[in-house]
Write a protein that binds this ligand. Structure first.
Ligand SMILES: [Zn+2]
Length: 364
């Protein structure tokens, strides 16, 4: 089957237009998709799609590109996911920074910068959603060595127009949950949908494809990059599945020692179903981690004008630096305890470089 044609975003960007809406030119299925402007490093070994793992995503706005980097020496496999929530831009840009700079020596690194690609297609202003989920710009612009580049800033949830199934009346209850119903829109929150299913909405199908990927690729370490309310409980936190909390604890100590960066640490709540770190860890062989950084647009008192790139207290560079430092610290601890499954890579900007110069200079 021929893959669905993808609408190029480049045309509008060449005109310098910053549109509030993505292109709505239909593809062959009458839906629209976004072709992100990501420029992988020369050590990229192949690209694929989430639909390679669950063909039911093929041609849907939930399909998303997968980037593979394989070292010359066999080792373990690291999975990086950004964009579970498309308004959490530092998670996406940390994944993009990896894609554009990574050199893998030992083992494999697999990156999906937009785990929920439907969520980049809108900015959800539904009144039922909390305000912190829907503030911020439509795009961010970064000055890079090749000129100004634009990256999509989207919503916390799957586009209702793509979900295929209405939000449940009376609220969303995860099929395996014994907890009270969540607000109905949470049905379209990828981070409430794992391990996913094929007989439900697009969000559930995306979650299903990611679980297949983790198992089929025998992922050893899996990261889900998020952002949270500035000053809230989650900001600057690493969440780890209980089975791998020891690795996370050692990593958190090391980032404090190495960078003076304080990351809080929490284990997954095993009763609260559907979250990546909980379900990835339980449903695959991967040690599962989630990192949260403070996004200025998600502060309780933020406005739509919050500067998510150059905020003086929490600039994008420092948030991306936190994601990369947390990841590297976990990989280092894993390598020490599992030398036969080492994952060795280089090429990424340092913590200090990102703090000093931001993300743009380290993109292509
Ligand atoms: Zn999130």
């Amino acid at each position: 089957m021929k893959r669905a044609a993808i609408v190029l975003l480049a045309a509008s960007l060449c005109l310098g237009a910053i549109s509030a809406q993505p292109s709505t030119n239909p593809d062959v299925h009458g839906r629209y998709l976004i072709n992100h402007d990501y420029r992988p490093s020369s050590s990229l070994t192949k690209t694929g799609w989430l639909s390679d793992y669950y063909p039911g995503l093929l041609g849907t706005p939930g399909d998303s590109k997968v980037y593979y980097f394989e070292g010359k020496t066999p080792g373990g496999t690291l999975f990086i996911g950004g964009g579970t929530h498309s308004n959490e831009i530092a998670g996406i840009m940390a994944a993009v920074t990896i894609i554009e700079n990574l050199k893998v020596d030992t083992g494999r690194v697999i990156v999906v910068p937009n785990l929920n690609n439907s969520a980049v297609s809108h900015q959800d202003k539904e009144p039922s959603m909390p305000a912190y989920t829907s503030r911020g710009p439509s795009w961010i612009g970064l000055d890079t060595p090749s000129g100004r580049r634009f990256f999509k800033y989207g919503s916390r949830a799957t586009n209702m127009a793509h979900q295929g199934v209405p939000d449940p009346v009376g609220g969303y209850v995860h099929p395996d949950s014994k907890e009270a119903p969540l607000p109905a829109w949470e049905f379209r929150n990828l981070n409430r949908a794992y391990p996913g299913r094929t007989d439900s909405g697009l969000t559930q199908k995306i979650a299903y494809s990611i679980m297949i990927l983790l198992n089929q690729e025998k992922v050893d370490l899996a990261f889900d990059y998020h952002e949270a309310d500035v000053g809230g409980r989650l900001a600057n936190m690493m969440v780890a599945n209980p089975k791998n909390i020891d690795i996370a604890a050692a990593a958190v100590l090391n980032v404090d020692l190495d960078y003076g960066l304080t990351l809080k640490l929490e284990p997954s709540n095993m009763e609260f179903r559907g979250l990546s770190h909980r379900e990835w860890g339980a449903g695959s062989g991967a040690a599962a981690f989630l990192i949260e950084t403070p996004n200025p647009a998600m502060a309780q008192d933020a406005t739509d004008n919050a500067d998510v790139v150059n905020d003086p207290t929490n600039p994008l560079g420092s948030r991306v630096a936190t994601h990369l430092a947390g990841t590297k610290a976990v990989v280092d601890v894993f390598n020490e305890t599992n030398p036969e499954k080492s994952i060795v890579f280089s090429g990424l900007p340092s913590y200090e470089q990102l703090l000093e110069k931001g993300v743009g200079p380290y993109l292509k």
